[in-house]
Write a protein that binds this ligand. Structure first.
Ligand code: N01
Length: 539
C-alpha cells in the first residue's frame, strides 16, 4: 500500500476477520484495489451466520431476493431462489456459489480463529495472532465478526453433566440429526428457538419447551418460487433494491405513515388482519408509524396479536403462557413462524413455563425444575448470543498503549459511525456496534463500500495511520444514544439492548444499536467522506 520499509515488513495490507457476508464482500472490494488481503475464518467454509446456524428449521425471515448481494449483475442473473424465505442450506449454497464465482477462497484461511490483535505503534500495524499461535502483521485490520456470532450457553448448573445428546443451535453438527422417537428438550424461545421448535415437533417422540420469556411471533407465510415468478422477480431487481435504499431499515416493508389512532377501530383491525395475512416483516416494520413510540398504540396492537395466539392455541392456559406480559409487540425482534402456535395443540409437545417452575439444574438424565425431573435423550440450547459486542470481547483486541477494547467498552460501545474507535488506529468494523442493522446485507454492502472508499484514499495518499478523534467518537455515540430516547424497544431487555443474563457484565441495557434510519446513516457517512474523512486523523 505504501512503498516505505514498514510496508515491506507487513504480511498484508489488510486482514479481515470472518468470512461471512461482510468479510466475503470486503475481500472482493479490497482485491479490486490491488491490496494484499487475507481473511481469517474460524470455520471450515464461508458463510458466517449461515455456516454456523444449521439448526433444524433455520431460514431467512426476510425475502430471499432482498437479502442477497446486489453489487454484481452477474451474480443476480445466475442465482435462482426457490423459496420466498430461503432455508439455511439454500443460503449456504448461495454463499458458496458467490465464493466460487469471485474466486474468494484463495485469500481465505479457514480453521483460523483469531485470539488476539495488538496495535504496534512503532510499525503502525497490527499483529494478529491465531489460537494455534500462528501470527501475522497487517497495516489495516477489518473486523467482519458479525453481531450474532458469539453463542452463549445458559448459566444453569450442571450443563456439563447431561449424558445424552446436546447442542447449541449455533454449533449444530454438519451431519443430519434425527429426532425420530426421541425425547427432546428445547431451552429458549427467541427467533431461533421458534424455528427449531416448529421443525423438531414434526418428528420428535416428545418435545418439551422450556420457556422463560414468551415472544410475540407472527406468521411468515413462506411459499415456493415458481420459474415464472423468479423471472418476474429478476426483472424487478433494480426497482426492488432501489426501494430497499429508500426504506427506514432497508426492508421491502416500511412503516405506514398513519398513527394508530388516526383511523377508526374497524380500519385498524382490518389493517392488522391484512398485515397478519401477508408474508414477512410487514406486521413489524410496516405497521402504524407510532407503534414503537406510543404506549397506548403499542398496547392495542399487542391486544390484536394476543387474540390471534388465543385463537390458535386450543388450551387457554397454554395460550396465556405464550402471550408476553413484560413487553409489547415489536419491542423485541419479532420471530416469524410457520404453525408455531399450533405445535402446542399436538399431543407430543409440552410447554414448561420456567417463570413458574424455574430450572434448578441440568442433570445426567435431563432437566430438574422446582416442580419435576424431566428425562431426555437430547437437549437443544436455543439460548442466543452475546450480541453485538460479544464477538469483539472474545478477541483480545488492544490498541494504543495496550488499551483493551473490552475495557474501553465496559460501559457500552463507543464508536465513530459504528466503524472506528479512537485509540484503535487502522481498525475498521463491519456491522459493528452503532451500525444500522435492519436488512443486514444491505447495510453490509454500504458499510463495506464506505470502508473501501477509506482504504482507496489510504492507498492513493500513502497513509499509514488513520484514527477517529475522541471528539468524533463522543459526538457520534451521543447521537446514537439520543436516537434511542423515547423508543419502547430500548425499555426492554433483549440482545438488541445489549442484555444477556448468561454473561457477566451484560445485565444492564446499553445503546449498542443505531436506531435512526438507514438513509440518514448513509447521508452522514457520505458527508464525512465528502469532507475528506472529517472526524479522522489521517497520517
Ligand atoms: O436468541 P434470543 P435467538 N434459561 O436471545 C432464552 C437472529 N435470528 O438465537 O428472553 C432459560 O432472541 C431467552 O430467554 P429470555 C434474530 O435477529 C435470525 O433466538 O432471556 N432460558 C430467549 O428465549 C434474533 O433476534 C433468524 O428470558 C434462557 C432465548 O433463550 C437473533 O438472531 C433466525 C436462558 C434466546 O433468544 C437472536 O435469536 C434466528 C437461561 N439461562 C435468529 N438463557 C433469521 O431468520 C437464554 N434463554 C434470519
Amino acid at each position: 500500500m505504501d512503498a516505505s520499509a514498514t510496508a515491506a515488513s507487513t504480511d498484508f495490507d489488510a486482514i479481515i476477520i470472518g468470512a461471512g457476508m461482510s468479510g466475503m464482500y470486503q475481500l472482493h472490494r479490497l482485491r479490486e484495489l490491488g491490496l494484499r488481503v487475507r481473511v481469517l475464518e474460524a470455520g471450515t467454509g464461508v458463510g458466517g451466520t449461515w455456516y454456523w446456524n444449521r439448526y433444524p428449521g433455520a431460514r431467512f425471515d426476510s425475502e430471499s431476493y432482498s437479502y442477497q448481494f446486489s453489487f454484481s449483475k452477474e451474480l443476480l442473473a445466475e442465482w435462482d431462489w426457490t423459496e420466498h424465505f430461503a432455508p439455511q442450506p439454500e443460503t449456504l449454497r448461495y454463499l458458496n456459489f458467490v465464493a466460487d464465482k469471485l474466486d474468494l477462497r484463495r485469500d481465505i484461511q479457514f480453521q483460523s480463529r483469531v485470539a488476539s490483535a495488538h496495535w504496534q505503534e512503532a510499525g503502525r500495524c497490527w499483529r494478529v495472532t491465531l489460537e494455534d499461535g500462528r501470527s501475522y502483521v497487517t497495516r489495516f485490520l477489518i473486523t467482519a465478526v458479525g453481531p450474532l456470532s458469539a453463542p452463549t450457553m445458559p448459566n444453569i448448573p450442571g450443563v456439563e453433566d447431561f449424558k445424552g445428546e446436546s447442542c447449541h443451535t449455533a454449533r449444530w453438527p454438519h451431519e443430519p440429526v434425527s429426532f425420530e422417537g426421541k425425547r427432546v428438550a428445547v431451552i429458549g424461545t427467541g427467533a431461533t428457538g421458534i424455528q427449531t421448535i416448529q421443525e423438531v415437533a414434526k418428528t420428535a417422540g416428545s418435545l418439551t419447551v422450556f420457556q422463560r420469556t414468551p415472544n410475540w411471533c407472527a406468521p411468515l407465510h413462506n411459499a415456493k418460487i415458481t420459474r415464472e415468478e423468479m423471472a418476474t422477480l429478476r426483472a424487478g431487481y433494480d426497482e426492488m433494491f432501489q426501494r430497499c435504499q429508500e426504506t427506514f431499515s432497508c426492508f421491502l416493508h416500511t412503516a405506514d405513515p398513519r398513527n394508530t389512532f388516526d383511523v377508526s377501530e374497524a380500519e385498524r383491525q382490518a389493517f392488522w388482519e391484512k398485515l397478519y395475512s401477508e408474508p414477512g416483516f410487514g406486521i413489524w416494520v410496516g405497521n402504524f408509524k407510532d407503534m414503537l413510540t406510543n404506549r397506548e398504540a403499542n398496547a392495542e396492537v399487542s391486544k390484536f396479536i394476543a387474540n390471534k395466539i388465543r385463537s390458535r392455541v386450543k388450551d387457554p392456559k397454554v395460550a396465556e403462557k405464550l402471550i408476553p406480559t413484560n413487553h409489547g409487540f415489536g419491542t423485541r425482534r419479532v420471530p416469524l413462524e410457520t404453525k408455531y402456535y399450533e405445535v402446542y395443540n399436538q399431543d407430543n409437545v409440552t410447554l414448561v413455563d420456567i417463570r413458574e417452575t424455574p430450572i434448578e439444574r441440568i442433570t445426567e438424565t435431563g432437566i430438574q425444575t422446582t416442580a419435576a425431573q424431566y428425562d431426555f435423550d437430547m437437549i437443544i440450547y436455543a439460548t442466543g448470543f452475546d450480541a453485538i459486542t460479544g464477538s469483539f470481547d472474545r478477541i483480545d483486541i488492544r490498541g494504543v498503549n495496550g488499551m483493551a477494547l473490552k475495557d474501553r467498552w465496559e460501559m457500552g460501545p463507543e464508536t465513530y459511525l459504528g466503524v472506528l474507535v479512537d485509540g484503535f488506529p487502522n481498525m475498521m468494523m463491519l456491522i459493528g456496534p452503532h451500525m444500522a442493522l435492519g436488512n443486514i446485507p444491505r447495510s453490509i454492502e454500504y458499510n463495506v463500500d464506505w470502508v473501501t472508499g477509506l482504504m482507496r484514499t489510504a492507498r492513493d495518499r500513502g497513509l499509514t495511520r488513520l484514527e477517529a478523534t475522541k471528539d468524533g467518537v463522543t459526538a457520534w455515540t451521543d447521537h446514537v444514544k439520543s436516537l434511542a430516547e423515547g423508543l419502547l424497544t430500548f425499555e426492554v431487555d433483549s440482545w438488541m439492548t445489549g442484555v444477556n443474563r448468561n454473561v457477566a457484565g451484560k445485565q444492564v441495557r446499553t445503546v449498542a444499536r443505531y436506531a435512526g434510519s438507514a438513509p440518514d446513516y448513509r447521508a452522514k457517512c457520505d458527508d464525512v467522506a465528502a469532507k475528506g474523512y472529517e472526524g479522522l486523523v489521517l497520517a
